[in-house]
Design a protein around this ligand. Structure first.
Ligand code: ZN
Length: 313
């Protein structure tokens, strides 16, 4: 963690080149035509850039061209710092502190952190959990959409109506294999998560869930163990500790970012919490390498590609 913050620009360049072009030991590979024949042609401000020597191409590219970190307006070092902060958010720095450290705008740092979350999410695409002989816990928790109760009766009714229509309140549902991987989804209600659970949890899995009637529909497909949280114990040893551990991490994150967790990026925050849960025993250095490699292996951001251009109008 500390070493990432102390890295010079040159060290950050070497680090990213090693991750992007592992097979050539960090030597540039043209992102347009795949040619190995390229030379360093830095921008006037010193930013690392390469120029392809292949006759038909001769285009410029960078170490992040065509990846999740492309079109970066930030130094590579800032990407490293953002990854390190996302790894360690609970005891680490906020986006605000990071923006002061890197002398970047809060918005720019906020986008960096979101791209890091997108990289983590890339690892969960198409993920399935469970299978014969394994146990998967499922649970849900609601985020956002809180509306202060009104004093007047007519206001209350009105507010409920608006609340119902706004759809801001969403439930995060996770499936988490004991000793295995975690996968979150975001829905209006727990009942709407049935298709997701059936698609992502393999047949033959023993599932653990609480007494909420939302999960009743899972009995037709899985062997189910249910726990009654009001009584806080279960006769057959059913429990949802793994799911609860995920949600307590998510709630801690919610305190850190306050109002930002709910809303359109709720799934990204849930994916970040899931990634951190699954990688909690991996040392920081390896975590940073893994997220960096994921980002450089992913296509440009779906969430934020052209974000600046769209918002400058
Ligand atoms: Zn080329």
């Amino acid at each position: 963690m500390a070493t990432v913050f102390r890295m010079s620009d040159a060290e950050a360049e070497t680090f990213f080149r090693g991750l992007r072009w592992e097979s050539t030991n960090g030597a540039p590979v043209c992102s347009h035509c795949g040619s190995l024949d390229a030379y360093e042609a830095r921008r006037p401000n010193g930013t690392l850039r390469f120029r392809c020597k292949a006759k038909e191409c001769r285009k410029d590219f960078t170490v992040t061209s065509g990846t999740l970190f492309s079109y970066h307006q930030a130094p590579l070092r800032a990407y490293l710092a953002a990854i390190a902060v996302a790894m360690n958010e609970v005891k680490g720095k906020s986006a605000l502190a990071l923006s002061r450290d890197l002398n970047m705008s809060y918005k720019a740092v906020w986008i960096l952190l979101h791209k890091v979350r997108e990289a983590m999410a890339a690892e969960m695409k198409g993920r399935e959990v469970g299978g014969a002989g394994s146990v998967v816990e499922t649970d849900g928790a609601y985020f956002g959409g809180y509306v202060k109760p009104a004093n007047l009766k007519e206001d209350r009714r009105d507010r409920r109506l608006r609340e119902n229509q706004s759809g801001k309140r969403k439930v995060v549902v996770i499936v988490r294999e004991r000793g295995g991987e975690t996968l979150p989804g975001v829905f209006r209600t727990e009942a709407q998560a049935m298709g997701f659970i059936k698609a992502r949890v393999r047949k033959g899995t023993v599932m653990q869930a609480d007494e909420a009637s939302s999960w009743d529909a899972l009995h037709e497909r899985f062997e189910m163990h249910r726990i009654n949280h009001k009584e806080a114990y279960s006769l057959d040893g059913a429990c949802t500790n793994w799911a609860e551990s995920f949600f307590s991490r998510m709630r801690r994150g919610e305190i850190g970012h306050s109002h930002h967790v709910a809303g359109p990026y709720l799934l990204r925050y849930a994916q970040e919490a899931a990634w951190r849960e699954d990688n909690r025993r991996v040392d920081n250095g390896s975590q940073v390498r893994r997220v960096g490699a994921l980002a450089l292996a992913s296509k440009p951001s779906v969430d934020f590609c052209g974000y600046y251009q769209r918002h400058q109008r």
